[in-house]
Design a binder for this molecule. Structure first.
Ligand code: GLP
Length: 259
């Protein structure tokens, strides 16, 4: 099962995951990071700012999880723009080494295959950061997604479009389609780190970690991964049946082991 780490707050989660990423980059200068958008990973990126300052990150590579289809890449809410603004620029990464799925309509028919090929050519993702939607989606793999799915076009659910409407002038401006790494693609990353904060995520987290493997809750796919870490605050952990065991396990973990 996934290792569950219950932390005091989002800041503590950011510090914990940032430490793991810095150690990874120290071991491997051209580490391949799997980058996620949404508000959840922001404390990780925030903590990385100071941790990576002064380090050589020029070789670090990155692959984002997803992008809207048909959005202009220069639109402030395209995931290309979000990744540039929140990750590439503040961390001083080389923009040429950071990839985001291509949501352009003209090339969309082969964009998924191209993206999976680019990940494979990079040798795969070392550490994949993940958030989770209130309906249990990871990336943009909405309920019903195959556990074997590859990077492809999906139709966003009305719930996800409503959740994301806050970033646009109105819900009508939220694209209907997206291109997302598939669950099968995500499961190939060597280490999955899923973060979740707040009570609104408690049900999705409990389902993903302890529920049955089901396409209805795409996050449950992480149970198939040999090295998955779930970092949650108390509120997001509130529906976990084995919360005490997770606390006990983490408290007694050898310090050399990392997450
Ligand atoms: C979007 C993203 C997901 C993210 C989810 C949750 O749908 N495609 O990668 O996990 O939102 O967002 P937040 O972290 O803001 O709750």
């Amino acid at each position: 099962m996934a290792e569950v780490v219950i932390v005091e707050n989002a800041e503590a989660a950011g510090a914990l995951v940032a430490t793991e990423i810095v150690e990874l980059i120290d071991r491997r200068q051209d580490a391949v990071l799997g980058l996620a958008t949404g508000s959840t990973p922001l404390p990780v990126y925030q903590a990385l700012r100071s941790r990576l300052a002064g380090r050589d990150v020029s070789q670090v590579r990155g692959f984002a999880l997803d992008e809207y289809v048909g959005i202009d890449p220069s639109h402030p809410e395209s995931y290309r723009s979000v990744i540039t603004r929140e990750v590439v620029e503040p961390l001083g990464l080389d923009p040429k080494r950071i990839h985001v799925p291509n949501g352009a309509e003209a090339t969309i028919q082969h964009a998924g295959e191209d993206y999976d090929a680019a990940i494979a050519a990079a040798g795969g993702v070392d550490l994949q950061i993940l958030g989770i939607g209130t309906d249990g989606h990871i990336g943009f793999n909405e309920p019903g997604s195959s556990f074997a799915s590859r990077t492809r076009v999906k139709t966003l659910t009305e719930q996800t479009r409503e959740d994301n409407a806050r970033f646009f002038d109105s819900i009508d401006d939220v694209p209907m389609h997206c291109i997302t790494q598939g669950l099968g693609t995500i499961l190939e990353a060597r280490h999955l780190v899923l973060l979740a904060f707040g009570e609104g995520k408690a049900e999705a987290v409990a389902g993903a970690v302890e529920g049955p493997l089901t396409a209805l809750l795409p996050g449950s796919a992480i149970q198939l991964h040999p090295h998955a870490t779930v970092v949650v605050d108390e509120a997001a952990a509130s529906k976990l049946q084995l919360a005490d065991y997770y606390r006990y396990t983490f408290a007694n973990k050898p310090s050399w082991q990392g997450i």
